[in-house]
Design a protein. Structure first.
Length: 281
C-alpha cells in the first residue's frame, strides 16, 4: 500500500505557531524532507522530535523528487516542510506534490502559518481580492510581465523580498506605479522585532534610503484606482481619430450600430455623440 505526503506548515518565526496535528505527523512520519535542515532541526529539537531528516530544496529537487516518491510508493510517510511557513508556496514543494499526483501517491496539506496571509491581515489593505506574486522573477522578461500586470491591477498585491534587495525593489515599484500607492512593509513577522510599517511608495523609498533593511520582508501594496485607470484608458481612446476607431470594429465584422456602441463605451461618451460625429463625417 502506498504511503503518503504530508505538507506540514511550520512557524515563520515564533516556534509556538505550529499546530498539534503538525507536531504529531512530524513524530509519526518515516522521514521529514526539509528545505533547510539547519532551520528545521531547531523546531524538532524544541519539541523533542527524533524523526530522520533529508534535504529537499531548489538545487537538489530533480534528483530527490523520484527518490522520495519511490519511498512513498513503498509505503513510507513523508512530511514535507519549508524553512518557514507553508510548503509549496514560493519553494520547490510544488514539484514534489505534482510528482506524487502523477505517481498516484496521496497528498494532504496540514494548514498553519503563512507569511502572505499574516502580512495581508496586518496591512489594513482590502483583502476581498488580493494577488500573491512571491519574489520578483530574476529573468528580465518575466519580471517586466509581472510589473505590467501589477501596474494595472486593482486588487491588493503581495510580494516577498530579501533585505539586500529591498531598496532596489521599492524603487522599481515607485518607477512602475508612481509614489502615491500605499504600501505596508511587513518584516520579521511573528518574531520579537515584528513590524508593519505603513507608507506611500515614495515615503517607503525615502525611509529605507536612511534605514538599513534588516530581516525578511513582505510588501503589501494597494491596488490601482479602477476609476482612474478607466478614465485614463478613455482619454487614450479619445485621442484616436473617430474614423480609425470605428474602422477597427467594422473590420472585425461588427455592424455599424454595434461598432458605434463599442466606440462610445471605449471613449466614455454618449452613443448619440458618436453617431452625430460619424454622420457628419
Amino acid at each position: 500500500m502506498a504511503g503518503m505526503l504530508y505538507l506540514c506548515a511550520t512557524p515563520i518565526g515564533n516556534l509556538e505557531d505550529v499546530t498539534l496535528r503538525v507536531l504529531r505527523i512530524l513524530k509519526e512520519a518515516d522521514v521529514i524532507a526539509a528545505e533547510d535542515t539547519r532551520q528545521t532541526i531547531k523546531l524538532l529539537n524544541h519539541y523533542e522530535i527524533k524523526t530522520p531528516l533529508v534535504s529537499y530544496h531548489e538545487h537538489n529537487k530533480i534528483e530527490k523528487t523520484p527518490v522520495l516518491v519511490g519511498r512513498m510508493l513503498q509505503g513510507e510517510k513523508v512530511a514535507l516542510v519549508t524553512d518557514a511557513g507553508t510548503p509549496a508556496i514560493s519553494d520547490p514543494g510544488e514539484e514534489l506534490v505534482r510528482a506524487c499526483f502523477e505517481a498516484g501517491v496521496e497528498v494532504t496539506s496540514l494548514p498553519g502559518a503563512a507569511a502572505v496571509i499574516t502580512a495581508v491581515t496586518l496591512s489594513g489593505m482590502s483583502a476581498r481580492r488580493f494577488t500573491f506574486e512571491g519574489f520578483l522573477p530574476v529573468d528580465k522578461k518575466e519580471r517586466t510581465a509581472v510589473l505590467e500586470r501589477f501596474k494595472n491591477s486593482t486588487c491588493t498585491t503581495v510580494f516577498y523580498e530579501a533585505p539586500h534587495r529591498l531598496r532596489k525593489t521599492l524603487r522599481l515599484f515607485l518607477e512602475t506605479v508612481g509614489g502615491e500607492r500605499k504600501v505596508a512593509v511587513c518584516k520579521e513577522l511573528t518574531k520579537k522585532h515584528e513590524a508593519a510599517l505603513h507608507f506611500t511608495l515614495e515615503e517607503a523609498v525615502n525611509y529605507f534610503d536612511g534605514t538599513e533593511p534588516k530581516g525578511e520582508f513582505v510588501l503589501v501594496i494597494e491596488g490601482a484606482d479602477g476609476e482612474a485607470l478607466k478614465k485614463k484608458e478613455q482619454e487614450q481612446w479619445r485621442e484616436l481619430p473617430l474614423e480609425e476607431h470605428m474602422k477597427r470594429y467594422l473590420d472585425m465584422g461588427m455592424e455599424k450600430k454595434e461598432a458605434m456602441k463599442q466606440v462610445a463605451k471605449d471613449r466614455g461618451v454618449p452613443k448619440r455623440e458618436v453617431y452625430s460625429e460619424w454622420e457628419k463625417r
